[in-house]
Design a protein around this ligand. Sequence first.
Ligand SMILES: [Zn+2]
Length: 303
Amino acid sequence: MKIVGIDIGGTMIKYALLSLEGKVLEKGEIPTEASKGVENLFENISKVIENYLENNKEILGIAVSGTGQIDGSIGKVIGGNPIIPGWIGTNLVERLEAKFNLPAVLENDVNCAALGEKWIGAAKGKKDFLCLTIGTGIGGGIVLNDELLRGDTCVAGEFGHIQIEKNGRQCLCGKKGCYERYASATALVAMVKEEYGEELNGKQIFDLYKEGNQTIINVVEKWIDYLTDGLGTLTYIFNPSLIVIGGGVTKQGDYLLEKVKLSLDSKIGENYKKNLNIKFAELGNDAGLIGATYLLLKKLNRI
Ligand SMILES: [Zn+2]
């Protein structure tokens, strides 16, 4: 048996065929065409699923990871940026199950990434940990007692919108001073532009950092300082033994991880750092697909 995995992002839809062990057997991607709305999106993912069904007799179900605020317990999109007209309010699971007569799940992409890392990645075997993805914004996933903590209305773990500066930078959410305006990859690029005078991408920034460019070193250190301000707050709330950090910046590897650890260590009390481990995510771009698969297997009591 195999599972069709789909990861719906704002720009691209990734899809894959996965084994029941979470192995990605084959994969591809198509543009989301967000502006064309949810019906176009449903047609596009239906084509992907139909194609897999034609070529594989043994499809167990459909596992979807998606952008936005999602009630993963019923598979309905309940909020987020309205980049795909009609997406908010859609119960994708109902529609997929009715159309294909197969079980389906839909969960928020960062929650899926957390579950993927828990299943076969950096948090393998962990019952309690936090997952943080650093990209355009900052996303969060909380796993407690082996389960996702969804919260009362399924929007728990939006770490990116914790306020870390009173009257700070304007955020897309409407508030000011949100964590993601200071510690996301986008924020780093913006801070570099301000101080260095040029718009550089992540790789260029870290190359200059390693070459010893003092302006860039100052900006990166300020950015790490903001990053660990947020991590410190989360540590005081959850007292976790593991925080998994995902996103493009993790390509920088151990030297960046060590700097983050050192900075966080200087901000939290003895008992909080006793067993605390910070790791970079291991599943990269496949984490969402793998986590959604885990959730589907859980729904079917196969895991
Ligand atoms: Zn915000």
